[in-house]
Design a protein. Sequence first.
Length: 245
Amino acid sequence: MSNLNGKVIIITGASSGIGEASAKLLAKKGAKVVLGARRTDRLEAIAKDIRAEGGTVEYQALDVTQRSQMEDLVQFAQSKFDRVDVLINNAGIMPLSALEQLKVEEWDRMIDVNIKGVLYGIAAALPVMKAQKSGQIINLSSIGGHAVSPTAAVYCATKFAVGAISEGLRQEVGGDIRVTVISPGVTESELAESITDETARSGMQEFRRIAIPAAAIARSIVFAIEQPDDVDVSEIIVRPTASPY
């Protein structure tokens, strides 16, 4: 039996892409998944699919830029299942553009979702895990957290930040709590739909022709969680075999 069986796992950004794929795979393997996202209609549909397969799932509306909502989601998970074993900070956006376009509002939004959203998740879940003396926090970064490319400066900066925050957290809480960073390469998702700059959007559409399915990233998440408690898979990069980056 998988050691995922019965684990309570919170997933942010769970309404599509990697979040949805992870929710379905984890539930299939016996985890109790708690889903958060802004689109509750999508969460309802995903929950219906999971329950139809015999899985255990709950969901709640979540905007990760609102700290109180992240706290509410963790408390909701506790109220339903008495504990929180894993938090997957998956929510993210990627409105690429050249810096000279001065899309400052988009920069602010990326910082709010991609960095503050992760920090708010940590702030909400960490006290629970410390009290339990066990837990795992999985943060979704990107290959953009390892190398910078044109039009992606701010996005990459946010993903470099996710790596730095995760490594700092790992060093501080080692012993009882595991910390994992997963950095996907180009993956099928809705991320590119947030790009408003036409040049960047066209470039990303070409780049995404080799995208791997979100299920590939979900499998890497399962791998990290399934390890024995004394094994911390600190970082995984998953990219298309054909990717030059």
